[in-house]
Write a protein that binds this ligand. Structure first.
Ligand code: NAD
Ligand code: DAU
Length: 358
């Protein structure tokens, strides 16, 4: 795909990664028009892109990826040069309490989007530079022991309803490539962090609780390991894959920043205390509380990103320590955004997830 005038459909553009991606694409590709299709679930917030609303190259469409008719009309209204598919139910804990929503959005929604893309691709004469980029997760590979890395060839072994639904979606994306020739690509990325992440996920939850002097819940023994990637580095990787990745391929994306959860939580405490000018007697680490573990909790994720590095020349530009500090400062500076996303639904979720953890 060349860098000229393009019209790209982004699904889930009002969520955490989607909103960072839309902003990134509009900045890096001045000739592109971005259409953002988002159902605005609890995790989708148009305020995440409020500053983009006056941009003529940005169009927001309120709609559900499971709505076949809506998709048909959308693909007729616009002749898309590519699709970047992020819309999903994305929170593992929520998938444990209510898996069916994950099946609907992540599996059925992805298939509806594939079907609509195929129909439109055929109508347009099967352009070979069309791309369907499916944004998936490293969680499809299951859990690692203390050694080793997830490679593109690692067998799928998902543990949670969330990761099982993403794994199923990946299989369908591959099937649409092999069966119908639709030029699809899959990326499997590790844990992201950065601005606009909904505060149910570990890093924003801990930042906000530390600011507010609330308990900092650490699941199990805190020894689970994640490979952290700053969200803008993920966006840069997605753009590279969209423009230069090979159809039918999978690319793993990771930060090369493996950290134990407990160490991440401690580091956030130090940063919050320093940014707020707190004294030693106000150490947030005393708020850390070990709570009941997540059922089926994967122990360790770690990505081998050598394929995307060697083939497409991508590597993360941000290191974990400085990007975590940027993130802490963003949450401190954006308390209005925090207030706006903490609806009644959010408060119910906190009660549901944490009340029985002890
Ligand atoms: P998020 O939960 O913050 O955002 C999801 C967005 O999808 C929201 O705006 C929501 O309104 C929208 N959405 C949900 N259901 C929809 C539907 N039926 N139709 C249209 N829109 C719908 O998620 P995120 O953390 O930004 O993740 C985005 C994607 O990246 C997901 O597919 C996720 O699996 C994948 N991913 C996330 C991470 C991570 O660390 N957050 C890492 C790797 C991959
Ligand atoms: O690996 C990529 C995945 O990363 C994405 O596919 C998911 O969409 C994204 O949500 C994320 O999944 P995790 O389950 O790893 O993220 P979460 O922030 O929920 O949890 C990170 C780690 O912290 C995990 O080991 C569980 C732990 N945790 C989480 C919460 C919310 C706690 O110890 N306490 C908490 O309160």
């Amino acid at each position: 795909m060349d860098k000229g005038n393009k019209t790209i459909l982004v699904t889930g553009g009002c969520g955490f990664i989607g909103s960072n991606l839309v902003r990134y694409l509009l900045r890096l590709r001045p000739g592109w028009t971005i259409v953002n299709l988002d159902a605005l679930t609890y995790a989708g917030n148009p305020a995440n892109l409020a500053d983009m609303e006056i941009n003529r190259r940005y169009n927001f469409i309120h709609g559900d990826i499971c709505d076949h008719r809506r998709l048909e009309k959308l693909f007729k209204d616009y002749s898309f040069d590519g699709v970047i598919h992020l819309a999903a139910e994305s929170h593992v804990d929520r998938s444990i309490f209510g898996p069916m929503k994950f099946v609907r959005t992540n599996v059925e929604g992805t298939c509806q989007l594939l079907a609509a893309s195929l129909e439109s691709w055929r109508r347009n004469g099967e352009p070979q530079d069309f791309r369907f980029l499916h944004v998936s997760t490293d969680e499809v590979f299951g859990s690692l022991g203390p050694e080793g890395f997830f490679r593109e060839t690692t067998a799928y072994d998902p543990s949670s309803p969330y990761s099982a639904s993403k794994a199923a979606a990946d299989h369908f994306v591959r099937a649409w490539y092999r069966t119908y020739g639709l030029p699809t690509i899959i990326t499997n990325c590790s844990n992201n962090y950065g601005p606009y992440q909904f505060p149910e996920k570990l890093i924003p939850l801990i930042i906000l609780n530390a600011i507010e002097g609330k308990e900092l819940p650490v699941y199990g023994d805190g020894g689970n390991i994640r490979d952290w990637l700053y969200v803008e580095d993920h966006c840069a990787a997605l753009l590279k894959v969209l423009e230069a990745g090979q159809p039918g391929r999978t690319y793993n994306i990771g930060g090369g920043a493996e950290r134990r959860n407990l160490d991440v939580v401690r580091q956030i405490c130090k940063l919050v205390d320093r940014c707020l000018g707190r004294g030693r007697d106000q150490d947030s680490q005393c708020l850390i509380s070990f709570v009941a573990d997540r059922p089926g909790h994967d122990r360790r994720y770690a990505i081998d990103a050598s394929l995307i590095r060697s083939e497409l020349g991508w590597q993360p530009e941000n290191n974990f320590e400085s990007a975590l500090e940027k993130t802490v400062k963003w949450y401190i500076a954006n308390s209005d955004w925090v207030t706006s996303v903490r609806s009644g639904e959010y408060r119910n979720w906190i009660k549901t997830n944490y009340s029985d953890r002890g």
